[in-house]
Each structure stands twice: as structure tokens, then as C-alpha cells.
Design a protein around this ligand. Structure first.
Ligand code: GP9
Length: 415
């Protein structure tokens, strides 16, 4: 049996060949523009408020030349936005001791940007906040970003909330993209839709006068709608500068916005959605891969998580072999969905294609809760035991691996 210090190393997808998969190499050679959107719930996509689409631009992307994963969940530890980055680019679980960008700062990592560099990509990251926030500046080189553009390099010409507005971030990034040798991997971390979601009046694109007027829903929808509009302008600029046709635009949310643990919010969203606002909607941040001119428009409903981002992108880019120790799966070529959680729903909880299992906070299995996603009916707990054990096994193995700096190590088969 392959082990890492007694942990079952077979949980890691090291050595797997992706070469025979559907859409293997579909985006080979194209630039990849990934946008991790601040606080984006999947449920804002393809939804309306008072007759107005909240995200018309992303909706139009979903409807043409895109692969859309409609059940794609956040998987954070202690580091919010930065953990979403960490999990997405490393395909391992986030630290529960402190934020991963601090805890694993000294690790030798195996990451998506590094793999893309080996494929000839240039890598760059953009974020409209101070470079040291979440320790990004220190860890980005080992994540594999050659260049990091933040408030040190950009003009603070329009600030909304915590930093440079998304509109300005996109505009200022274009000059860098134009100068980069292609193909490039550019990773954006948007910021304007951060809590408390206040967009200056003149920048608000929705009219919300009805029952949600002056509620957190109204503010939140305005902020996501603002992001969406800025994305639309960015795409037009990419087209104008000849950077669109040969690129892929990837979009997913970093984490929830509207906190299910607050009763008034839970009630409001339940009312808006017309169904219980539960962990399934709360943790779903969506993933959209827009491939201009591909003629491919598909929606996948397999349950996946941020941990699956790296291998999914590897397959599309056409990288054959997974050479490091990662835990995610290529979501295009997997039917069995499984997403383990350790925050908001505590460790041992999981979501699969049919159900949600929430491990009890008192640590007693028999007090856990499980329900079907389609009709919210309870699921017998004995049907969840295997998933519960798998969630623990994967998270513990990941923790051991990262604590011992083994991302790039070969597994031992003789222990
Ligand atoms: C900070 C930004 C927001 O740079 O990424 O972080 P959050 O507070 O959402 O973790």
C-alpha cells in the first residue's frame, strides 16, 4: 500500500494520465484569464430582480461557447479569499490552523501556474489591494506567479470599498496583458463585491424599489451586477485589443456573501429563492469556462469544488500527466461528484450529486443531518457513513501532506 507517514497516499491523484479525457487539449495554446470573483454565489447567475437580470453578461457567456458547472462549491479553511486561491491552484485542502498562505509559505508546492509555466505560459496575478494582504506577495512566487500587480503598481484612481474598483483593475490590467508574451495565465482576484456590498449610487445598474429595497439583498445584487458590467466592458476591450478570440475566460466565486447563520438573511434568501436557503446554495460559487468560438455550450451538474479546478484546467489545456500529489478530479470526465467540507459545515461533512451531509457540531455522528438536494427530504444517516469517512480521510491526508511539505514527493510503497 502506498503511504505517507501512515496516511493512505492512494487518495492523491499523482501519476494519473488525463490524455484520454473528453475535451483534452481543447484550449491548448490559448491565453487563460481566470477571474476569482469576490463573494459570488452561484444563485445570482441566470436570476432576476424586479424583471432585471442580475448578471446579464455572465448569463450570455453561459448561453454561448461556455462550459458551466452549476454545482461548484467553495472549500475554505481559515483564509477566506486567499484560501479559495490556494485550494483552486493547489488542489489540496486549506489549513485550519491559520490561513494557508501563511501556514504553507515555505512549502515546495505543485500548482496550476507552475504546470502552465512548464507548458510555456507566462503567469501574472492582479488584485486591487495592498500586496501583503493575505501574505500574497510572499507566497505568489511559490504558487507560480511570475508577476504580481497590486496597489504598489496600479493607480488608485477609483477606490470602492476595500481597494481599487473592479472596473479600474480590469482597465489597468490591459496594458500588462498586451505586453506579455503569449500564451499567458492571468489570475484576477476581484474585490468590489466584498461585504458590505455598497456601490456608489451613480454606479448602480439595477432599480430595486420593491420588497427588497434597502435590504442586504439589494446591496449585494447591485455589487454583483456592477462586477458583471465591468466584466462586460473588459471583454469588449479584450476584443478591441485582439486578446479575446485566442483566450479563455474562467470565472468562479471565492466564497459566500450572504451568511446563512444569520436568521434574517436566511429568511430573506429563502423568500427570494422560493426554497430553503441551505448549505447547498450557500456554498455554491459556480464555475464558468468561456471558450470563444468553440461552439461548445454545456452545463455540468456533477458536484465539484474548488479543489477540482487545477485538474479540470490541466485536462482542457492538454497536460497529460498529473505529476504531483493533488486531490481534485477533472470535472469534465467525472460523473461521481464529491466535495468534502471543513468550514461552515464542519469536517466530515460533504456534498455529492444527490445529497448534503452535515456532520454534527457536537461530534456525534447520530446527531448529524442529511437531506436530498432535489426535494430537501431527509436521507438516512447510514447512507452517509462512507462519504463521511472519505471526507475525513482526504482532508487528513491533505493536511499531513502539506504539514510535511510532500506536494512534490513520490509516494512510498514499502512502508
Ligand atoms: C482582500 C480580499 C478580500 O485582499 O481578497 O478578502 P476576504 O476578506 O474576502 O477574505
Amino acid at each position: 500500500q502506498s503511504t505517507f507517514g501512515g496516511y493512505d497516499a492512494t487518495v492523491f491523484n499523482s501519476g494519473i494520465n488525463l490524455g484520454e479525457g473528453k475535451y483534452h487539449g481543447l484550449i491548448e495554446g490559448r491565453n487563460i484569464i481566470t477571474i476569482q470573483v469576490e463573494s459570488m454565489h452561484n444563485f445570482v447567475l441566470q436570476r432576476e430582480i424586479e424583471g432585471q437580470p442580475i448578471t446579464p453578461i455572465m448569463n450570455s457567456l453561459i448561453n454561448k461557447d461556455s462550459i458551466y458547472f452549476s454545482r461548484y462549491y467553495q472549500q475554505l479553511g481559515r483564509g477566506n479569499t486567499s484560501d479559495a486561491e490556494f485550494v483552486s491552484n493547489n488542489s489540496l485542502y486549506a489549513s485550519m490552523k491559520t490561513y494557508s498562505y501563511k501556514e504553507y509559505e515555505g512549502n515546495e508546492l505543485y500548482t496550476l501556474p507552475q504546470v502552465l509555466k512548464e507548458e510555456g505560459y507566462n503567469t501574472i496575478a492582479f488584485h486591487g489591494n495592498e500586496p501583503d494582504f493575505w501574505n500574497r506577495k510572499s507566497i505568489y512566487p511559490s504558487i507560480g506567479f511570475n508577476t504580481y500587480i497590486s496597489t504598489d503598481e496600479m493607480e488608485m484612481d477609483e477606490v470602492i470599498g476595500m481597494g481599487i474598483s473592479d472596473g479600474s483593475l480590469f482597465k489597468q490590467s490591459l496594458g500588462y496583458l498586451e505586453k506579455l508574451p503569449q500564451p499567458f495565465y492571468s489570475f484576477y482576484v476581484s474585490l468590489t463585491s466584498h461585504n458590505p456590498f455598497i456601490i456608489p449610487e451613480e454606479q448602480r445598474g439595477l432599480t430595486i424599489d420593491g420588497e427588497y429595497k434597502d435590504t442586504i439583498i439589494a446591496d449585494y445584487f447591485q455589487s454583483v451586477n456592477y462586477f458583471d458590467r465591468m466584466l462586460g466592458e473588459f471583454i469588449e476591450e479584450l476584443k478591441r485589443r485582439d486578446l479575446y478570440d485566442n483566450s479563455v475566460i474562467v470565472i468562479y466565486g471565492d466564497h459566500f456573501a450572504l451568511d446563512i447563520r444569520k436568521d434574517n438573511i436566511k429568511e430573506l434568501i429563502t423568500d427570494y429563492l422560493g426554497k430553503p436557503y441551505d448549505f447547498e446554495e450557500f456554498l455554491n460559487v459556480g464555475l464558468l469556462i468561456h471558450i470563444p468560438g468553440s461552439g461548445i455550450t454545456e452545463t455540468y451538474t456533477t458536484a465539484g469544488g474548488q479543489i477540482d479546478f487545477f485538474p479540470t484546467m490541466m485536462n482542457l489545456v492538454g497536460v497529460d500527466e498529473i505529476k504531483g500529489n493533488i486531490l481534485g478530479k477533472d470535472l469534465i470526465n467525472t460523473e461521481e461528484g464529491f466535495v468534502a467540507h471543513q468550514t461552515y459545515m464542519i469536517r466530515g461533512s460533504f456534498i455529492d450529486n444527490e445529497k448534503v451531509f452535515e456532520f454534527s457540531r457536537d461530534g456525534r455522528y447520530e446527531n448529524s443531518r442529511a437531506w436530498r438536494i432535489d426535494n430537501h427530504e431527509p436521507v438516512p444517516l447510514e447512507e452517509c457513513r462512507e462519504g463521511y469517512e472519505r471526507a475525513l480521510r482526504e482532508i487528513r491526508a491533505s493536511e499531513y501532506l502539506l504539514d510535511n511539505n510532500l506536494s512534490r514527493q513520490k509516494q512510498n510503497s514499502d512502508e
